[in-house]
Design a protein around this ligand. Sequence first.
Ligand SMILES: NC(=O)c1ccc[n+]([C@@H]2O[C@H](COP(=O)([O-])OP(=O)(O)OC[C@H]3O[C@@H](n4cnc5c(N)ncnc54)[C@H](OP(=O)(O)O)[C@@H]3O)[C@@H](O)[C@H]2O)c1
Length: 228
Amino acid sequence: MTAFVTGATGFVGREVVRQLCVRGTRCVAHVRPDSRSLAAWRARFTELGAEVDTTAWDVGALAARLRALAPAQLYICIGTTRHKAKSDAISGDIYEAVDLGLTRIAVDAARASEARPRLVYLSSVGASASARSPYLRARGKAEDVVRTSGLPWVIARPSFITGDRDEARLGEKAASVVGDGLLAVASVFGGRSLRAKYRSTTPDVLASALIRVGEAGDDRIVEGADLR
Ligand SMILES: NC(=O)c1ccc[n+]([C@@H]2O[C@H](COP(=O)([O-])OP(=O)(O)OC[C@H]3O[C@@H](n4cnc5c(N)ncnc54)[C@H](OP(=O)(O)O)[C@@H]3O)[C@@H](O)[C@H]2O)c1
């Protein structure tokens, strides 16, 4: 079985790659061709036993790669932040451009490849095409692209993802600590399902859940306790 991972260099994507390699799945880690750290990622992924792919973010080029590799799963763990978009010189609605735009390219490529991989889409709790937040709106639209692709799919909606990142995201860390504390209090007063849905998670737990639901046979949205 072959798996293709986009966003492989991300906090979650790199853990998906590592766990797939440990399980003995042939794993192709996609790294953007213009990555400033391409050599380091190549060394890291090769050491894990993964293959590195640097195909451009182009539907035709990616479709040709997917056709050749015929992956059973296509993991989409892509997304930007304000900080990253700035260093990538992306302006306007950055989430439409990256989170939605690159997901659309990956899905169109998968469809055109005729390999019919299962799309394993890493989304977010609260994603909705009608959300007020540009981030959640782009995520919701991307979910729609995945769900209406005609390919098998599964969508994961985690809450905050915590742990030791290379870069500091203090706001995210603080929000998860405060959020988990409030949820712990809420659960004492009967808010157990609320806690399960919004409790923070870690990349290792999430990656393991993504692989599990990605290899299962049903199209569904997974969140809360099902992501642990
Ligand atoms: N962090 C959270 O608390 C949280 C919670 C719920 C959902 N999520 C969702 O899960 C996704 C993945 O999370 P994460 O923490 O693993 O994110 P991350 O560490 O920021 O990784 C994002 C991935 O997207 C790639 N990427 C970003 N902009 C790109 C661009 N313009 N062109 C090509 N590739 C690009 C990055 O590649 P480079 O390394 O080359 O930049 C990296 O592989 C997020 O985008 C987010 O929407 C996150």
